[in-house]
Design a protein around this ligand. Structure first.
Ligand SMILES: *Cc1c(COP(=O)(O)O)cnc(C)c1O
Length: 401
């Protein structure tokens, strides 16, 4: 996808605009697949919450991906995209028993992450296979230390509660077919992840009817020059070997599952905005664009630094800019960033705008959510129209006074 393709997309579909390149999704998917080619059964479930447009789900499914979902609505989106229920795993946190039963009745794989629901569900539906989300309490401390932390995380059932899990399983006669972890921490250090995997293997040994072990996600991708990314190849080599050993020891060939979001779609996405105003103050030059944290919240919410380029003046002399939005609130996208000279009307492109960008957009300041475009087969295709004023008011019940 060249700058020309992006500029053409802006001409056709307007600004601001999300554009996703399917060839990058594909190469990332293949990379992960190749890294684990020594394991016979591998299943990659794409984490829908990263980017949930139905066309994106369909595309990833066409590559062979299943779906990892965190809400009943995401389950419904995956089904809408044509993904068979056997390829959908439902990993909610803190949702009601009713919603879990609804998902189970649709036939998707249930993943339970607390003892209360485990006991209720096992009592009512002992024949429905359930996966258990374990919190291994492992996190990376610096680059080399492995520490046992995250004791206060709300996710998963503590590994220390394994005896209680076993008691519930025995008492209810429920069927545990999978063990899962997703620490949410980035896999910067492969050894930290392998350490957590050992804890998961130990837990897995306690259940004799497993079909899969799900190692969650946490694959890191570079956001700007110099960022570290997960060495997926090294990681695949090491975990594959360990997984195959485990299966031999366990006595059956289990499926190794992952649920990457960011890894598959982050780099595939570009967020395009137009510069409304270039404003000089006594200390800085602001480039103010036709968007804000209502469309792209990661810099403000997580402090993430997305690389920005001026695609309508790529050869311009570089200067320092603070890039902000048009929301009536502080919405800084980048501070003091070196960017090719920005003129009013220029189009800026934010990198890594595939994951957790559109899905976190809102109507704050009563602005419309942007349109989304998929770049596929050498051409751009609109996959979500820009909102309109009707969308803003459609659920409002207007009283008269
Ligand atoms: C969000 C989430 C993922 C995806 O995480 P990434 O960092 O985007 O790869 C995977 N599994 C679960 C349970 C999640 O909640």
């Amino acid at each position: 996808m060249t700058n020309q393709d992006l500029l053409k997309a802006i001409q056709n579909f307007g600004s601001p605009l999300y554009v996703y390149d399917t060839s990058i999704m594909k190469s990332q998917y293949k990379r992960l697949q190749d890294a684990f080619k020594k394991v016979t059964n591998v299943k990659i479930h794409y984490a829908v919450k990263a980017l949930s447009n139905i066309s994106v789900l369909k595309y990833l499914h066409s590559l062979g991906a299943g779906m990892d979902t965190v809400s009943i609505q995401e389950v419904q989106l995956a089904i809408e995209a044509g993904v068979p229920v056997e390829d959908i795993i439902y990993t909610p946190n803190g949702v009601s028993m009713t919603e879990i039963e609804e998902a189970a009745s649709l036939g998707v794989q249930i993943n339970i992450d607390n003892l209360s629901i485990l006991e209720q569900f096992g009592t009512k539906h002992p024949a429905t296979p359930v996966c258990i989300r374990i919190n291994p309490h492992v996190m990376a401390g610096g680059h080399t230390n492995i520490s046992v932390g995250h004791i206060d995380s709300k996710f998963g059932i503590s590994i220390h509660q394994l005896p209680h899990i076993k008691r519930i399983v025995e008492n209810t006669g429920m069927l545990i077919n999978g063990i899962h972890m997703h620490t949410g921490s980035d896999i910067l250090d492969v050894d930290v992840f392998l350490y957590a995997s050992e804890i998961l293997f130990k837990a897995a040994k306690q259940f004799d009817k497993l079909e899969f072990i799900d190692f969650g996600s946490g694959f890191k991708v570079p956001y700007k020059e110099g960022d570290i990314e997960t060495n997926v190849e090294e990681f695949g080599e090491k975990l594959s070997q360990r997984f195959n050993e485990f299966c031999q020891d366990y006595g059956s060939e289990l499926t190794l599952a992952f649920e990457p979001g960011k890894f598959l779609v982050s780099e595939a996405g570009k967020f395009l905005v137009q510069v409304n105003v270039v404003k000089q103050t006594t200390s800085t030059v602001f480039a103010q664009v036709d968007s804000g944290f209502n469309h792209f919240i990661r810099p403000m919410l997580y402090g993430s630094q997305h690389h920005i380029s001026n695609i309508s003046n790529p050869e311009g002399r570089e200067r320092f800019y603070t890039v902000t939005g048009y929301i009536c609130e502080t919405d800084t996208f980048a501070n003091n960033r070196r960017i090719s000279e920005i003129r009013e009307g220029d189009i800026l492109s934010f990198r890594n705008a595939g994951a957790y960008c559109f899905t976190m957009s809102s109507n704050y300041n009563s602005r419309f959510c942007p349109a989304e475009v998929l770049y596929y087969d050498g051409d751009t295709h609109l996959i979500r129209e820009r909102e309109t004023f009707e969308d803003l008011i459609k659920n409002q019940k207007v009283l008269s006074f």
